[in-house]
Design a protein around this ligand. Structure first.
Ligand code: WQD
Length: 338
């Protein structure tokens, strides 16, 4: 069965392509390589012994999207990762984010709506909850006003999909609300490739340990948490990738259509920034150079998932521990700098 993976050369996309191919799906990747490299195809092929089909394409070109679906009429499912994801950049260039993340979504759904039956998986984010009132966060927690155009594209994206499913016989969709993805494939053949200075905690830690960054700044230790640092739910990217495959299978097997569902995808466990640093020091045997600095504007105190819905309905549960995820991130960092 043929599945389109947009953004399939990116961090989460590439790991999902591996899981799909290992489950026997035939994958077509579309990626514009704006934040990824064709080299990733080699990593995927070396893990799965199969090269996915790849087309370099910008999804903002509506005519090209139409042409793509004409040439690949047998595609039954789409996993849509292709999007811009830098929160700060979205504030300075909102229209870029609305075009990249919303226009492309509309074009894909327009093509899927023409099919008698299709399945669509959307990359959403725990950012839709803002600072939730209760921990862990369940899916019925209210969606809070977005703090950035990036966050807004995830909220609007979910609304567009929900509205479209209601009136499109044959279309089924699931949005996965990711918590904090980290780590790399245990083979160290694929992993995260941040461009420039990493904004996220884990690549900043591993780059600091490699000497690429001088020191990690821990943004604030005066939060109302046990050690004063912020709490997040760090999920191994391979666990996250597997969630996409089970969600896709649920849609492909569904008897009904017109359905839209959303699920939290996290581990269910919160870890503080200092706990993440300790995990790194445990698995690497190194001391990390870090200092406590002021809070980062916009950071929320705490976010971790209640994953009961995904556990029960999808039959999916995260398997890897924080230390295992951290070890894979560290193995990958050493490999790419080696
Ligand atoms: C994690 C923790 C920082 C860097 C990310 C995405 C966001 C959304 C959710 C997708 C925080 C602290 C970080 C550093 C630090 N994803 N930190 N020093 O903020 O949860 O958001 O995941 O939709 O778009 O950006 O993740 O990795 O930036 O930060 O102390 O140098 O690490 O304050 O507590 P965050 P993060």
């Amino acid at each position: 069965m043929k599945i389109l993976v947009t953004g399939g050369l990116g961090f989460i996309g590439s790991h999902t392509v591996v899981e799909l191919q290992e489950q026997g799906f035939e994958v077509v990747i579309v990626d514009d390589c704006s934040n990824s490299s064709e080299e990733v195809l080699k990593g995927i092929a070396s893990i799965t012994r199969k090269a996915p089909i790849f087309e370099k394409m910008d999804l903002r070109d509506k005519l090209k999207v139409q042409d793509f679906f004409k040439r690949h009429a047998e595609i039954e499912g789409v996993i849509h990762f292709a999007a811009s994801k830098a929160v700060g950049e979205s504030v300075t260039n909102p229209l870029l984010y609305y075009e990249n993340n919303i226009a492309t979504l509309v074009y894909l759904l327009q093509e899927l709506s023409k099919k008698p039956r299709s399945s669509f998986i959307f990359s959403s984010s725990c950012t839709v909850y803002g600072q939730a009132d209760k921990m862990p966060i369940t899916e019925d927690a209210p969606v809070k006003p977005a703090e950035s155009p990036y966050g807004n594209t995830k909220q609007i994206g979910e609304e567009i999909i929900s509205d479209t499913c209601k009136v499109t016989p044959g279309l089924n969709a699931i949005a996965l609300r990711y918590f904090n993805p980290m780590g790399a494939h245990p083979s160290a053949e694929i992993g995260e490739l941040p461009i420039g200075i990493p904004q996220n905690l884990v690549p900043f830690i591993t780059q600091t340990a490699m000497g690429i960054r001088e020191q990690l700044s821990v943004f604030g230790d005066d939060y109302p948490t046990a050690d004063g640092t912020c709490i997040r739910d760090y999920i191994h990217v391979v666990d996250l990738a597997k969630a996409h495959v089970v969600a896709l299978k649920r849609l492909l097997d569904a008897k009904n259509s017109n359905n839209y569902e959303f699920y939290n995808v996290g581990t269910g466990k919160g870890s503080s920034v200092l706990e993440v640093i300790k995990s790194f020091e445990r698995v690497s045997g190194l001391k990390l150079n870090y200092k406590i600095v002021d809070r980062r504007p916009g950071d929320i105190v705490s976010a971790y998932a209640d994953t009961t819905k995904a556990n029960k309905v999808l039959g999916w549960k995260a398997q890897f521990t924080l230390d295992q995820a951290m070890k894979s991130a560290w193995d990958w960092e050493r490999k790419i700098r080696g």
